[in-house]
Design a protein around this ligand. Sequence first.
Ligand code: ADP
Length: 177
Amino acid sequence: MDKNAYNKISIKQGDITELAVDAIVNAANSSLLGGGGVDGAIHRAAGSELLAECRIIGGCPTGEARITKGYNLRAKFVIHTVGPVYGKSGNSAELLKRCYENSMKIAIDNHISTIAFPAISCGVYGYPIQEACEIALGTTIPFLDQYSFFKKLIFILFSDGDTRVYKDCMQNLTNHF
Ligand code: ADP
């Protein structure tokens, strides 16, 4: 892996709804009609037009992703992906991997070069942060390596503890450079 791919990643603590990137990723539920956690925060910040567009899409299966506009957000687009409920939705690791893959594929198709991800499934859906972080980094880094037009990928975490886990994981990956 080229070191350049790692340089495109930043790990931050904060609120994803405030980021001025091409696209933020929403940890949605399969109805796409909003919910709690990061999903609720994104819908509140984007406004009711986001819900209207989500209604037209009509839902999304676990592991897949859909794109909408960002409306009142600073981000131009929202990529909605449905993470697995840990230990309940079939093969959780495979499904979580697909969320990151399918979000990156939609980004490519829409010429999105700056993107931010929350810790998909790590809230109400109960995915352990360490395992989820390894999947998040391991799945997205090859896309950053392969597609030079990707400029920036932000992992944005809510808590101190989650931010530390991501930073440590990233440190372990880059240690051999
Ligand atoms: P899921 O149902 O996929 O588990 P949640 O929204 O419950 O989704 O949690 C996903 C992660 O998003 C959790 O780690 C939670 O702390 C975090 N989170 C909640 N609100 C925000 C926000 N505004 N910005 C970034 N991350 C958030």
